[in-house]
Design a protein around this ligand. Structure first.
Ligand code: FNR
Length: 363
């Protein structure tokens, strides 16, 4: 069942890449254009640092798969692209291996093909400390992702119905392992309240994993003969909404969910993310064109992100968090109800220490 589910996820996620439409709230975030804010390309770096982690790029291939022969081939392709571009990569949930160690190679390939890259191991919030250590060892992982996915489990025919142990379990894992621990949603978002709780639990960073891209409630509902959980489609908060909600919550945040192109990456960084992940888009590219196509896409995204930073006057990805942003439409209503000051975001470059022009004078 678990193995079949992995292949179903890939098939249904790709179908969504073809059919998804509707509002992506990243489109409700725009940069104020300052025509003289630009800097010189050699001044731009893509380095990012958070939670004791240093990456040369603020982009990562987020958790997807492993556990079957087919998904092992996908992991090989993803790992080759990660190696060739220096982009960090997360494994899919390692539970398939924890239940059945004979599928180890379908995950281990992520490390074998990418011996010097940054690899994150992914487990769920019911993992024991021992499970977690096995997952980290399997991948010689540099960090841990714990995924939280109550909406997915609820729509999943064979899904979990007991979530009460997750909070103490996350706390135990965060205290026990030696690598940075990141808790991530799978596409329904983390609220500010959740991010504050994660901070208390000793987690090192939160990947808000918001709505707008791959929709796992929809995927699981697609695996139900009656499709009777369609009311959970599009559940939760968008990635842009989560980033706004989590501002100054005191925990580093990463962004994923519905990231479509380098401008979305720049928007997420400007909304406070330290790094930005994507899954469905990269899977699509890999399956269509193989590792070469994904290498080309990742290389282009990084090049275009650097170009955007040059235009926007952001020497580093973190500098984007001082750029002026306008929040429109439904996202603006979300901000009003959650007490988020959109006016401050629209004028924040005016404070003296956040100017990015080459002269150092006010814009
Ligand atoms: C996923 N995702 C996921 N997440 C996770 O934490 N563990 C997992 O095992 C998986 N499995 C998985 C399989 C496939 C085929 C896809 C496409 C995705 C969720 C993923 O990491 C991410 O949170 C969501 O896909 C939202 O990002 P995108 O796809 O909109 O960029």
């Amino acid at each position: 069942m678990s193995a079949q589910r992995k292949d179903d996820h890939v098939r249904l996620a790709i179908e969504q890449q073809d059919t998804r439409s509707g509002i992506n709230q990243f489109d409700e975030v725009s940069f104020v254009h300052h025509a003289l804010a630009g800097i010189d390309r050699p001044q731009v770096s893509l380095d990012t640092t958070f939670a004791g982690i240093s990456w040369q790029v603020p982009l990562y291939i987020n958790a997807m798969t492993g556990g079957t022969a087919k998904t092992g081939v996908i992991n090989r392709g993803l790992a080759i692209a990660a190696r060739e571009t220096g982009v960090p990569i997360a494994s899919g949930s390692v539970h398939a291996y924890l239940k059945d160690p004979t599928c180890a190679d379908t995950f281990r390939v992520l490390r074998q093909e990418n011996p010097h890259g940054f690899v994150l191991a992914n487990v769920n919030a019911t993992a024991t400390v021992d499970d977690t250590r096995r997952a980290l060892d399997l991948l010689e992982a540099d960090a841990l992702q714990i995924h939280v996915n109550t909406a997915q489990e609820t729509a999943m025919p064979e899904g979990d119905r007991s979530f009460g142990s997750w909070v103490p379990q996350i706390e135990k894992i965060a205290a026990a392992v030696d690598v940075p621990v990141i808790v991530k949603e799978v596409g329904n978002g983390l609220s500010r309240e959740t991010v504050l709780l994660l901070r208390q639990l000793g987690v090192h960073a939160a990947d808000v994993g918001g709505r707008g891209g791959t929709d796992f409630a929809r995927i699981e509902n697609g695996r139900r003969p009656l499709g009777d959980y369609a009311f959970l489609h599009d559940w939760g908060q968008s990635t842009a909404a989560c980033l706004l909600d989590a501002q100054s919550a005191g925990l580093p945040v990463l962004a994923s969910g519905g990231v479509r192109h380098p401008l979305d990456v720049a928007r997420a960084l400007a909304l406070g993310a330290s790094g930005v992940g994507a899954s469905g888009v990269f899977l699509r590219t890999l399956l269509d064109g193989g590792p070469e196509a994904l290498i080309e896409q990742l290389t282009n995204w990084l090049d275009q992100l650097a170009a955007l930073q040059t235009m926007l006057g952001a020497r580093t990805p973190a500098d984007l968090a001082s750029n002026d942003l306008i929040i429109h439409g439904t996202l603006r209503s979300f901000c009003a109800d959650r007490g988020i000051d959109t006016g401050r975001l629209a004028r924040r470059s005016r404070s003296a220490d956040t100017l990015h022009n080459t002269t150092g004078k006010a814009q």
